[in-house]
Design a protein. Structure first.
Length: 171
């Protein structure tokens, strides 16, 4: 007797099960990557520190009237190279976007990165203290801060334009 094809219902259930397993694995990877980052429950408040920019200006970290998305990157990071321009999709009236370059020896490395990638906006110069303050273990590290400096969001690695918009939409 010939073997009958599985029913559509069984195939659908199998694909849904596999999809749920995939979601679980991806979620577990995200949780693992974020395990050493600052907590995002609002319990940690960062001060409104001043940073020198690549162009020599001095800027503060936080905005008074909107959330701040902090994008911490290294000029040698390949994921940063393909994701940093996704920040341009965020509306500046709704989100203060701050790009902090760290883990470089010379500012020329940052200038070259900015020129090659076509980064828009200011680049703040971070240092080893910045890495410690934000508990950066991988690049890019992204934090969302309320105007009072409390950490309410975090992620590490590539984030799409849509992902950035969704992360900041509810703050």
């Amino acid at each position: 007797m010939p073997k009958s094809e599985p029913s559509v219902s069984k195939s659908f259930k199998r694909y849904m099960f596999e999809f749920l397993i995939l979601c679980f694995v991806v979620g577990a990877v995200f949780v693992f990557q974020q395990r050493n980052m600052l907590p995002s429950d609002g319990s940690v408040k960062l001060p409104n520190s001043q940073f020198v920019t690549l162009s020599g200006r001095t800027l503060t970290l936080l905005a008074d009237d909107k959330p701040t998305l902090v994008y911490i990157f290294a000029p040698w990071c390949s994921i940063c190279r393909i994701s940093i321009n996704n920040l341009d999709s965020l509306h500046p009236d709704k989100v203060n976007v701050v790009r902090i370059g760290v883990d470089f020896q010379y500012t020329e490395e940052l200038r070259q990165f900015v020129d090659e990638v076509g980064v828009k906006g200011e680049i703040l110069l971070g240092n080893d203290q910045t890495i410690r303050d934000f508990k950066v273990a991988a690049y890019p590290s992204i934090y969302i801060l309320r105007p009072d400096g409390s950490v309410v969001g975090r992620s590490v690695g590539y984030t799409s334009s849509l992902g950035l918009k969704l992360r900041t939409a509810f703050e």
